[in-house]
Write a protein that binds this ligand. Structure first.
Ligand SMILES: NC(=O)c1ccc[n+]([C@@H]2O[C@H](COP(=O)([O-])OP(=O)(O)OC[C@H]3O[C@@H](n4cnc5c(N)ncnc54)[C@H](OP(=O)(O)O)[C@@H]3O)[C@@H](O)[C@H]2O)c1
Length: 314
């Protein structure tokens, strides 16, 4: 089968499409025929070796933490899935990824795919959706009456977080750039700040209860993170998906440096929200595996905009 692999850490040039043996599902696993995987910024961090201490992978490694596909074969002792079922999942970070025609995955990371989306587009949901969900509802308590600032709302996580926070009844302030500001605006954001024109520190009308920080690490500094804390009311919470995690001076604000976990119940709830029309999943490009290296290159250069899914069948 075709699979993207790298045999050493390095720049995007280490990514190759290779022909390798199809995996055999082990105990508690299923073999999926991959309809799509997606690109997440962490894929580039793992490939470069920058995250090798946090997420040690075995080389050669296949990237792709999100999967959407159909069950091709059941491993021993798997009774909860039927062959042919369309499923999605957020795969274990240090295991083999889904940028391949087939992948063996633990059955307990999978949930039924949304019916309202093409299966390929559903690969855009698991990691980004779980990050938004866990940030808003597990690390913070976003609900009616709360005021939240989503800093970096234009990306995959931010767009989903805006919709989830609005649906939960919160007042939402968002920062976004020209590429995404119209989409974010259409989601009913209460205050929209174009970060290329204004600093959030200058134009935020009043402090927030919750600040979710999604600005890519190359754009952030310790000083930026500390300054963001001053936009939060005493007793509020700062959730960042991106380092650095600032010190909370005098415990005025609770600070959470989050790391997204697999949570099948939350993923099933996200699927339900897609199917009931609450949540829209935006996909900017659907590309073959031969484009994986090019997308990593754009991400490394800071020029990638919008969610990309890869289709191994193309
Ligand atoms: N800790 C975890 O477990 C975890 C999990 C998932 C993601 N993350 C991290 O969370 C971040 C967002 O992930 P993602 O998948 O949404 O990435 P993404 O789709 O690449 O989005 C990044 C967005 O950041 C926006 N941006 C860039 N510079 C900005 C600035 N100075 N101010 C405000 N916004 C800015 C851009 O939006 P515009 O189009 O508006 O310019 C861009 O689309 C990434 O750094 C990712 O690594 C962490």
């Amino acid at each position: 089968m075709k699979a993207v692999r790298y045999h050493e850490y390095g720049d995007a040039g280490v990514l190759r499409v290779e022909n390798i043996d199809r995996p055999t599902p082990g105990v508690g696993q299923v073999l999926l025929r991959v309809t799509a995987t997606s690109f997440n910024p962490v894929d580039a961090g793992i490939r470069s070796g920058q995250l090798r201490q946090v997420f040690p992978v075995s080389l050669p490694h296949t990237p792709g933490l999100d999967v959407a596909g159909t069950v091709a074969e059941l491993g021993p002792r798997v009774t909860s899935m039927a062959p042919g079922a369309p499923v999605i999942g957020f795969l274990p970070i240090t295991g083999g990824g889904a940028a391949a025609e087939f992948v063996s995955v633990p059955v307990d990371v999978l949930t039924a795919a949304p019916a309202a989306l093409p299966l390929a587009d559903a690969a855009a949901l698991p990691l980004a959706g779980l990050t938004a969900w866990q940030a808003l509802f597990q690390h913070a308590d976003v609900a009616t009456g709360r005021r939240i600032l989503i800093n970096g709302a234009g990306g995959a996580v931010g767009r989903l977080a805006v919709q989830l926070a609005k649906h939960a009844g919160a007042t939402v302030v968002a920062t976004a750039g020209p590429h995404s500001i119209h989409t974010i605006g259409a989601d009913g954001v209460d205050e929209l700040i174009d970060y290329t024109k204004n600093s959030v520190h200058d134009v935020l009308v009043e402090p927030v209860d919750v600040l979710l920080n999604l600005v890519p690490v190359r754009e952030s500094s310790n000083a930026d993170a500390q300054a963001l804390l001053r936009l939060i009311r005493p007793g509020g919470v700062f959730v960042t998906a991106v380092p650095p995690v600032p010190e909370s001076v005098g415990s005025r604000v609770r600070v959470v440096g989050m790391s997204t976990r697999c949570d099948v119940a939350a993923l099933a709830e996200l699927v339900r929200q897609v199917d009931t029309g609450v949540l829209r999943v935006d996909v900017a490009a659907r590309l073959p595996l031969s484009e994986v290296a090019s997308v990593h290159r754009q991400s490394d250069a800071g020029s990638l905009r919008g969610k990309v899914v890869f289709l191994p069948g193309d």
